[in-house]
Design a protein around this ligand. Structure first.
Ligand code: NCD
Ligand code: ZN
Length: 367
């Protein structure tokens, strides 16, 4: 951060885990995301899910059609079902727009009904992924009803995820939205073949923010936010590990589905996610006695460079010069909107109506 201006300047960030949905809300979600990122790994958990390269191609066209920003590149994924075949993986690898396959344990989260009922059912498919070096993205939560909701990440690690990692030693895996110290420890134990995404809300909230003073539906997501010890472990992991990178898991639901007796899981952050990460890490740098001069370099790495390295994508340069587009984050209090129009309903973002510590602006080179 340059002292005179209090401005952080980074290449246009990427979002390595994003939900855009489909249909009449797509113009809203796509343009919010594209206003803050250049590339995004787009989750396939539509209803019905994106299972084939053809379905991914047509979803990608719908996204591009409504997008008003030229720079935005949606990076597509396939949804792993009990019926996904090795040939589906080959087709994905042969395409130039599908970058990974997402494993949802059936019943673990929003729109996961078509997910895997048992990891063993995917054995030959996972074997082909390992062979083709095609990344597996994992929603790492056990679905056993007898497991406490705060322990579901650990239970999945001890069960299915350990089985996958031991059986497929070279398969590259992203541990999505890691939320606990146990998750961080496991990611560390797997070395370079395992990446992890961390959301801004898991870096900013604990379960107190969800449960104290009345239930807060807009702080509810899966995996559920956890303890202060877990939050601190996540912040430290982001600073320590080159394979831990930004993935917002921004997951829009209409207000009526959030403020309801069966509140849908998902927190919406896409329109201001770099501001949130800057807030989380500036506070952490200050509280842990780190030099704020290093914040800009760290954010560039975490938001732009590490993910593309993991996915083997063309490299972003340091200042956004190659791409001609970068983002400036100024340390200025900015009031977040109370809500956005969302089809016939409304979309309430995280920290609705509250002040964010940063203001972001896209900058483009005159070329
Ligand atoms: C996501 C959604 O709404 O699609 N919800 C969430 O709480 N994170 C699904 C997911 O990533 O688990
Ligand atoms: Zn998600």
């Amino acid at each position: 951060m340059s002292n005179e201006t209090n401005t952080i300047r980074i290449p246009m960030p990427d979002d390595w885990h994003l939900h855009l949905r489909d249909g009449d809300v797509l113009p809203v979600t796509v343009n919010h995301a594209a206003s803050r990122c250049r590339r995004a790994i787009v989750m396939p958990n539509l209803k019905p899910p994106i299972r084939t390269v053809e379905e991914a191609a047509s979803y990608r066209s719908r996204i591009r059609e409504v997008c008003k920003f030229e720079h935005f590149q949606p990076l597509m994924t396939l949804y792993l079902t009990d019926n996904t075949s090795p040939a589906d993986i080959q087709a994905a690898k042969d395409s130039d727009f599908v970058f990974a396959v997402k494993l949802y344990p059936a019943g673990a989260t929003t729109n996961s009904e078509d997910g895997l009922t048992s990891v063993k059912k995917a054995e030959s498919t996972l074997a082909r992924m390992e062979e083709l070096d095609f990344p597996l993205l994992v929603h790492a939560e056990s679905t056993s009803p007898d497991i406490d909701v705060f322990d579901r990440e650990k239970a999945f690690i001890d069960g299915d995820l350990s089985w996958i990692c031991n059986r497929f030693k070279k398969l590259r895996i992203v541990f999505e939205h890691v939320s606990s110290k146990d998750g961080v420890d496991f990611v560390e134990s797997q070395g370079k073949r395992m990446g992890a995404t961390v959301t801004p809300h898991h870096l900013l909230l604990t379960r107190n923010d969800l449960l104290v003073g009345g239930l807060k539906p807009h702080h509810y997501c899966l995996p559920v936010v956890k303890t202060e010890e877990d939050r601190t472990a996540l912040l430290n992991a982001c600073l320590k590990h080159d394979n831990v990178f930004a993935g917002t898991d921004s997951a829009p639901h209409p207000r009526s589905r959030k403020e309801s007796h069966s509140c849908a899981a998902g927190i919406y952050t896409a329109p201001f996610f770099p501001e949130l990460y800057a807030m989380a890490f500036e506070r952490f740098f200050s509280n842990s006695g780190r030099d704020l001069k290093d914040l800009e370099t760290f954010l560039r790495d975490f938001l732009c460079l590490r993910g593309e390295r993991f996915y083997g994508l063309p490299l972003n340069d340091k200042q956004g010069i190659d791409t001609g587009i970068w983002l400036e984050l100024q340390k200025v209090k900015t009031k977040n909107p109370e809500s956005y129009p969302f089809g016939a309903d409304e979309l309430v973002p995280l920290f609705a109506g509250k002040d964010l510590d940063y203001k972001a602006e896209i900058k483009m080179a005159d070329i």
